[in-house]
Design a protein around this ligand. Structure first.
Ligand SMILES: Nc1ncnc2c1ncn2[C@@H]1O[C@H](COP(=O)(O)OP(=O)(O)OP(=O)(O)O)[C@@H](O)[C@H]1O
Length: 356
């Protein structure tokens, strides 16, 4: 198995070479007439090669429909879906099967064959691809070593834990050396510790094998810990997209704020407004910083230099893939120019938004 590490490219002005997939103005309508239901509406996403791209949304947002369009199981009502430079919207039969062979799938419920051992499950796609026995054995051994399951080679799925089953699912998805891995709620059936294990493995797949991954999830934890970029899906529309840092650092929509509030145990701006102490004075500011110690230093300096008082009302630190993100709500009191100057200093170390 060849190992290579790719760096995250920018998508600005990206050519199809830099994109593993592109979803362009895609709508998907199920049914007709009165029973017509729009599952996806005017969705456009550029998915960079070599990255982990997350799509997050609540139940019914259209996540599964998006996966089925990306792997060619479903056809868009309008718009185009391009995978690895090929527009798959118009393909069917053999050409579509060939594109699909370059896409690996990891499922929430693992989808393993109960009558086959671990080796038998991982070997199955290689049998379909026509590899001879020696080649299959060699490749299956490499895959099981990669996912850390050599000692379970001859076990049956029912003898494995959920996390081990998902490792088999990942090894099977990698068997045909895909360029793109689609992980559909791949940790939703697992406990938090096993989730971290499986996410760690997906990260290795991306970093060590250079395989682009799209993870579909309703858990912000998944986005935070492994994704480079994220798209937030709400009622069939992309409401926010960008790097995880930008989207989580300054969530623009109530949907993203709800995900973040639930994951960090903090409040959305809306609920914060409702629960403010009646006697609270000052200007409310929502601040997001990469280094929370700089926040303390900046506020102390503002108190000294401008005579501004501050109170930290809510807040917490979230760990992302490669950095931390501190998100706090402050009340600043003092002369208007002093408060303004303090907000200016806060903007020098992160983002600062006046709530009220
Ligand atoms: N084959 C279908 N026929 C009719 N409506 C469908 C079909 N597939 C999905 N839908 C509808 O499209 C919308 C989006 O469904 P989808 O399964 O893509 O959402 P989801 O975000 O994956 O939700 P969940 O996490 O609950 O699976 C839902 O309202 C669903 O009822």
């Amino acid at each position: 198995m060849s190992a290579s590490t790719l760096t995250a490219p920018s998508t600005e002005g990206a050519s199809s070479d830099q994109l593993i997939a592109r979803i362009d103005k895609v709508s998907k309508v199920f049914g007709r007439g009165d029973s017509a239901h729009t599952a996806l509406e005017d969705v456009t996403l550029d998915i960079p090669r070599g990255e982990i791209f997350a799509v997050i949304g609540y139940s019914g947002a259209g996540k599964s429909t998006l996966v089925r369009l990306l792997n060619g199981l479903e056809r868009a009502t309008s718009g185009t879906v391009t995978v690895d430079g090929t527009d798959i919207t118009a393909l069917s039969g053999k050409p579509l099967r060939e594109v699909r062979r370059r896409i690996g799938m990891v499922f929430q419920q693992f989808n393993l064959m109960r009558s086959r051992t671990v080796v038998g499950n991982v070997s199955y796609p290689l049998e379909l691809a026509g590899l001879d026995r020696a080649e299959r054995e060699d490749r299956v051994a490499q895959l099981l070593s990669f996912v850390g399951l050599l000692d379970k080679a001859w076990s049956y799925p029912e003898e494995l834990s959920g996390g081990q089953k998902q490792r088999v699912g990942i090894a099977r998805a990698l068997a045909t050396q895909p360029d793109l891995l689609l992980a559909d709620e791949s940790t939703s059936a697992l406990d938090p510790e096993t989730t971290r294990d499986v996410l760690g493995l997906l990260r290795r797949v991306n970093e060590e094998l250079g395989i682009s991954i799209v993870v579909i999830t309703h858990e912000l934890e998944v986005v935070r810990s492994i994704a480079d970029r994220v798209a937030v899906l709400d009622a069939g529309r992309v409401v926010e997209t960008g790097t995880v840092r930008d989207v989580l650092g300054a969530p623009q929509t109530p949907t993203t704020q709800r995900f973040l509030a639930a994951a960090t145990g903090t409040s959305t701006n809306e609920t914060l407004r409702q629960h403010l102490p009646q006697d609270l004075q000052g200007t409310l500011v929502s601040v997001v910083v990469g280094d929370e110690r700089r926040l303390g230093r900046t506020l102390s300096a503002a108190a000294r230099e401008h005579g501004v008082d501050f109170e930290i009302l809510r807040g917490g630190v979230t760990e992302l893939k490669a950095e931390t993100l501190g998100s706090f709500t402050l009340a600043l009191t003092g002369a208007p120019e002093a408060v303004e100057a303090t907000i200016g200093s806060l903007r020098g170390i992160g983002t600062a938004e006046v709530i009220s």
